[in-house]
Ligand binder design. Structure first.
Ligand code: FCB
Length: 457
């Protein structure tokens, strides 16, 4: 296999004109400065204090010190040619949002489109003490917070995402407890699913009331799910995992109903008890776009035993298998073809859906060479494969408008701590020195030509 020299324009695989090229981050993962400017504790500050909860005892300090270094970071984005930056607003900073004013203005000065996520997992701890997302009131508090952020930034933000990956908030946060707030209760997780979705719907109406012309939607982490065999038990295992991971979020938002099989499976956990009249019409208010976070696919079989509290509520017996592909540092298999499959199936199942990939990327060891470079050919191959897979979906009629790489800077990978590096730019967490990896330079080239060099078979 040889890569055709990029000088040959005719062989570049081009993305649609106007395709948005971005990078994403999240407040708690990059900002640091967790005790300044009236910021209050979030569930992640609290979780990081719990012995053994986060690898290495890592915390939100110093993160990538983005709160103070944002101007240099925006200059870096500009040098890479990014057309958009997806950041999240920290709810615990609601008392003083001036940082986001400065960030947005600096992005605009550099011609970079600001895309804001309203909730990327940092719930104020004070709300967790009242039950967090298991408490219906949290959805209404979220809507008030959303209204305040949109009032402040709505004149300058080009894209809004309400929630990032409510699956993680609900199931990793309240069922297995491997994420903040570390609760282990199937019924709390199911209540959280519904209240997160309700919060999304309420926030959408606040956004639309204030900035009706700004595209807005929700970001979900979606996975193609395959059964290991054609046996009835394995096929049913795949149905249940697809239901819990994908359809339980997609169907309420895009069809105004919970999937009937999920309602049946989750009755013992109280799904029907938390849904009130009118909720589903709030949740299914039209979105302008779906944000798709894609990392890998799942291969499942029935008949396992959970080793500890499971995030698969009602499907604790399902076993996850590997399909033999190479893995990243997260132990996640590299499966670019799953992205084409996912995007095409979303397009077919929910006709007319506009999508953006709001996260995709990989952690690799990223050792510094003696001259201080990071030769991350593995990450380049990962991104290249996934961009080809995206393009294959576009060729099959998928309305895909943009791609945000996860992530701009190495950062706090939640419970895995600072050791897992996903950045296009290396961060030395002692000195905060930024070093663009080879993948950053490669990505800049993709952006510049709005495409990839074709590969000759
Ligand atoms: C996603 C999260 C993001 C990051 C990547 C690796 O689940 O949204 O914050 O941690 O995974």
């Amino acid at each position: 296999m040889s890569v055709v020299p990029e000088t040959s324009e005719s062989v570049t695989l081009r993305f649609p004109t106007g395709f948005l090229w971005g990078a994403a981050t999240a407040s708690f993962q990059v900002e640091g400065s967790t005790t300044v400017d009236s910021r209050v504790d979030s569930i992640w500050d609290e979780f990081c204090r719990r012995p053994g909860a986060v690898a290495g005892g890592d915390t939100g300090e110093p993160a990538a010190d983005h709160y103070r270094r944002y101007a240099d970071d925006v200059a870096l984005m500009s040098s890479l040619g990014l057309s958009a930056y997806r950041f999240s607003v920290a709810w615990p900073r609601i008392a003083d949002l001036s940082f986001y004013d400065r960030l947005v203005d600096t992005l605009l000065e550099r011609g970079i489109s600001p895309w804001a996520t309203l909730y990327h997992w940092d719930l104020p701890q004070s709300l967790e003490e009242k039950g967090g997302w298991a408490n219906r009131d949290t959805a209404f508090h979220f809507a008030e917070y959303a209204a305040a952020v949109v009032a402040r930034l709505g004149d300058r933000v080009d894209g809004w995402l309400t929630l990032n990956e409510p699956w993680c908030s609900a199931f990793a946060g309240y069922a297995s407890g491997r994420h903040a707030p570390g609760v282990q209760s199937g019924s709390a997780a199911i209540a959280a699913v519904h209240h997160l979705l309700l919060g999304h719907g309420l926030a959408m109406s606040e956004i639309k009331a204030q900035v009706p012309d700004t595209p807005a939607g929700i970001t979900l982490n979606l996975f193609p799910v395959h059964p290991a065999s054609g046996s009835e038990a394995d096929v049913d295992a795949a149905r249940r995992i697809d239901g819990l991971q994908n359809r339980i979020f997609l169907d309420p938002v895009l069809r105004g109903e919970y999937p009937a099989d999920m309602v049946a499976d989750l009755t013992p956990y109280g799904l029907q008890d938390v849904v009130r009249d009118g909720d589903l019409s709030i949740i299914s208010a039209p979105i302008d776009l779906l944000g798709v976070n894609y990392y890998r696919a799942y291969l499942v079989e029935a008949g396992g035993e959970p080793d500890g509290p499971s995030e698969w509520v009602g499907a604790e017996d399902v076993r996850f298998l590997t399909s033999g592909q190479p893995k990243t540092e997260m132990d996640w298999e590299v499966q670019p073809e799953g992205l084409t499959e996912l995007l095409v199936s979303l397009h077919e199942r929910y006709p007319g859906l506009t999508m953006y990939i709001t996260e995709n990327g990989a952690a690799y060891p990223d050792t510094l060479t003696e001259d201080g470079a990071i030769r991350d050919a593995d990450r380049i191959a990962f991104l290249d494969g996934h961009l080809r897979a995206s393009l294959a979906a576009v060729e099959r009629g998928v309305d895909l408008r943009g791609y945000f790489c996860w992530t701009l800077l190495d950062n706090l990978e939640w419970a895995a701590g600072y050791a897992k590096r996903f950045g296009l730019v290396h961060v030395d967490f002692q000195t905060q020195k930024r070093t663009p990896k080879d993948s950053a330079m490669w990505y800049a080239g993709v952006i510049e030509r709005n495409g990839l060099p074709a590969i000759e078979g």
